[in-house]
Design a protein around this ligand. Structure first.
Ligand code: 5RP
Length: 259
């Protein structure tokens, strides 16, 4: 890895722990203004002090986030689809690398849809993005998207998607936690972070998810709804951070939430 690429990676994944807690607020690019993210700037303001990076689109960054932001940016650069459109997997590069550099992004994020009719296009676009990223020293985070098919989140499918993303050159991969997650980790030679997915029934469930993923080899979490849709969003991100960076137990993390 070249110096610039290494430097950006070290801003995203703490060298002292090899781990990361990222806050994802990019959902609107295909889901619109979902609950608690109607005003993203207001939602994230109290959380910025506790995250290692923030994942979002250029539109939200420019319009809702102050330019004195100290937190590294993971810029969502894929799009072109919507939850009500004909094919959620029909996603391409929507924001160019020059724009990512202009916005001082530390990484760009792109979704791949393995096993769908748009598999080929999304994988070719990932390759293109990696080529551009290599040229400018910008890491690419590949997101193994499943769209509406949440049942696809099993170890066999996710191991396949994560490995393909790494083989095509992504510097990090974002996926889902699943049963036998260790198999997914084992087959992926780059750091894996997990999404939280839709809001879980309880805060304790979200802590379990974080703890299990970290214990089984995830480098961290890129979590959204289970943090900012929580009735104690600051408490949630602090508790998650304790698990990820301080190896806290679920019980210790739960104490921060008074649950
Ligand atoms: C959407 C994404 C989201 O950033 C990701 O799903 C993380 O958020 P959540 O924890 O709410 O699932 O990549 O495609």
């Amino acid at each position: 890895m070249d110096w610039g690429m290494k430097n950006r990676m070290s801003r995203l994944i703490r060298p002292e722990t090899g781990r990361a807690v990222w806050l994802a607020i990019d959902h609107g690019y295909f889901l619109g203004p979902l609950s608690k993210l109607e005003d993203p700037g207001k939602t994230v303001k109290p959380l910025l002090a506790y995250t290692d990076a923030i994942m979002l689109t250029r539109g939200v960054l420019r319009n809702c986030i102050s330019a004195d932001l100290k937190v590294p940016i993971i810029l969502r650069v894929s799009g072109g689809n919507s939850i009500v459109g004909p094919a959620l997997s029909d996603e391409g590069i929507q924001t160019c690398m020059e724009e990512a550099i202009r916005l001082n992004a530390s990484a760009v994020a792109f979704s791949i849809y393995v096993g769908t009719k748009h598999e080929h296009n999304t994988l070719m676009a990932l390759g293109e993005l990696v080529n551009e990223g290599q040229r400018y020293g910008i890491p690419v985070l590949a997101v193994t998207a499943v769209g509406k098919e949440l049942e696809k989140r099993d170890a066999r499918y996710l191991a396949l998607s994560c490995r393909i993303a790494a083989e095509l050159g992504a510097q990090a991969v974002k996926t889902y936690y699943c049963e036998d997650f260790k198999e997914v980790v084992k087959g992926c030679p780059v750091p894996l972070v997990i999404a939280g997915g839709p809001k879980l029934k309880t805060k304790l469930d979200a802590l379990h998810l974080a703890y299990d993923a970290i214990s089984e080899g995830a480098a961290g979490l890129d979590m959204g709804r289970n943090i900012w849709q929580s009735d104690n969003a600051v408490g949630m991100i602090k508790a998650i951070k304790r698990i990820v960076h301080d190896n806290a137990s679920i019980k210790e993390a739960a104490k921060l939430l008074k649950i």
